[in-house]
Design a protein around this ligand. Structure first.
Ligand code: ZN
Ligand code: ZN
Length: 356
C-alpha cells in the first residue's frame, strides 16, 4: 500500500512546492486524522509565503481552512469517530488553560495557530488534527462540506470580529476591505442589525458583490472618493460608530481611525505585513477603543448553526475549484486576484493522468 500523499509545502524563502509526504498517523491519544475533502487558500498562507508570519516554520505543509472526513482517532478522542464529517478550527487549543477558559483560544498555552503554520496543514490529502475534540466541529447532515468550508477560519474571524465590536442595533458600521474575510465580517455584522454598513475597497467587483448580497448599503472606492469625507457626510459629520479594518493595506489603518466617531470601537482584523503608525497626538480627544487580532475561534458550534439555518451563506465567496494537482496555479491566481478570484477551493488530488 502506498503511504505517501501529495502536499503543498512551504520551503522557505517564498518558495512553495507540491511534494510527496508521508500520510500522517496518530501521534498523541488526542489526535484525529482527517481526509481533506475541501481546503482553501487563505491570505494568511500568502503572509507565510512572504515571510511576514514570525511564528511560521519552514518545510511545513501549508493550509489551515478545511473540512473533511475523520479516518482515525486516538483513544482519548471522545466526541468523534471514523466517518464523521467535520470542519476543523484554524486554532489548536486545549479548552482547559487560563486563556481557553476565558474564550481566548488564540493564546492557548498548548496551541493557537498551529495547523499550516507550525505543524503540517491541510493543503494535502490527509491532516493530523491535534486536540481533536476541541478543534473539530461535526457537520450536520443538512449542511454540505463546501457550505462549512470557511467556518473554521475566515468565517470564525468575521464572527469573532463582529462580536468584539460590540455593535448596537442602528449603528453605522464601516468595513475596510471587501475580500473574503471582509465579506465574512459583513455577514456577521449584519446579525446585529446595524442601520447602515459602509464598505470600502478599491476592487469594484468586490464592492458590487457586497451590495448585491445585501451585506453593505453603501460602497466607497478610495480611488474615486475621499473615504473620510464621505463617511462623515453619511453620519451627520460624526463618523462611524464601529469600524472593522479587514484590508491590511498601506494606509488602511489610518483610514480606520479617521472614519471612526469619537468613542467608537475600531476592530483591527487585518494581519499587517508592515509596522503601523499610531499617531496619538492627532487622535487626542477622540477617545477611541482599539481591539487587535487575531481571531479567537471559539464559537464553531454557533457558526455551524448559523450556516445550517441559512442565516449565513458563504457560497458567494467560491469563485474557483480545482484539485490539489493545480494548487500552485491556485496560489498564483489567488494572490494576483486574477480572473475575479475570491476564494480558490482545493478539491482532492486526482491520480490518473488528466488531459489538459
Ligand atoms: Zn486564514
Ligand atoms: Zn488552552
Amino acid at each position: 500500500m502506498d503511504h505517501t500523499m501529495k502536499a503543498l509545502v512551504y520551503q522557505g524563502n517564498g518558495e512553495l512546492a507540491l511534494e510527496d509526504r508521508a500520510i500522517p498517523v496518530i501521534q498523541e491519544s488526542t489526535d484525529a486524522i482527517v481526509r481533506v475533502t475541501y481546503a482553501s487558500i487563505c491570505s494568511s498562507d500568502l503572509h507565510i509565503k512572504h515571510g511576514t508570519v514570525a511564528r511560521a516554520k519552514e518545510n511545513i505543509i501549508l493550509g489551515h481552512e478545511f473540512v473533511g472526513e475523520v479516518v482515525a482517532v486516538g483513544k482519548d478522542v471522545n466526541h468523534f469517530q471514523s466517518g464523521d464529517r467535520v470542519s476543523v478550527n484554524v486554532e489548536t487549543f486545549c479548552g482547559d488553560c487560563f486563556f481557553c477558559k476565558r474564550g481566548f483560544v488564540n493564546n492557548c498555552v498548548q496551541g493557537g495557530w498551529e495547523l499550516g503554520c507550525r505543524i503540517d496543514g491541510c493543503q494535502a490529502e490527509y491532516v493530523r488534527v491535534p486536540l481533536a475534540d476541541q478543534g473539530m466541529t461535526r457537520i450536520p447532515e443538512s449542511v454540505s462540506d463546501e457550505a462549512a468550508l470557511f467556518n473554521g477560519d475566515i468565517l470564525a474571524t468575521g464572527y469573532w470580529a463582529a462580536s468584539i465590536g460590540e455593535i448596537h442595533p442602528a449603528d453605522t458600521v464601516v468595513v475596510l476591505g471587501a475580500g473574503p474575510t471582509g465579506l465574512c465580517t459583513m455577514m456577521c455584522v449584519q446579525l446585529y442589525s446595524p442601520a447602515q454598513v459602509i464598505v470600502v475597497d478599491t476592487n469594484a467587483d468586490r464592492l458590487s458583490l457586497a451590495k448585491e448580497k445585501g451585506l453593505a448599503d453603501v460602497c466607497i472606492n478610495p480611488n474615486q472618493t475621499d473615504v473620510t469625507e464621505e463617511v462623515l457626510r453619511l453620519t451627520e459629520g460624526r463618523g462611524a460608530d464601529r469600524v472593522f479594518e479587514v484590508a491590511g493595506g498601506n494606509d488602511t489603518f489610518q483610514t480606520a481611525w479617521k472614519v471612526a466617531r469619537p468613542n467608537a470601537i475600531v476592530v483591527l482584523v487585518a494581519l499587517y505585513g508592515q509596522t503601523q503608525e499610531l499617531p496619538l497626538h492627532l487622535m487626542y480627544g477622540k477617545n477611541l477603543t482599539f481591539k487587535t487580532g487575531g481571531v479567537d475561534a471559539n464559537a464553531s458550534e454557533e457558526i455551524m448553526r448559523l450556516v445550517q439555518c441559512g442565516k449565513i451563506d458563504t457560497s458567494c465567496l467560491i469563485t474557483h475549484r480545482a484539485p490539489l494537482n493545480d494548487v500552485l496555479e491556485g496560489y498564483y491566481v489567488f494572490e494576483n486576484q486574477l480572473d475575479g478570484c475570491m476564494k480558490w477551493v482545493i478539491t482532492p488530488y486526482v491520480r490518473e493522468k488528466r488531459q489538459k
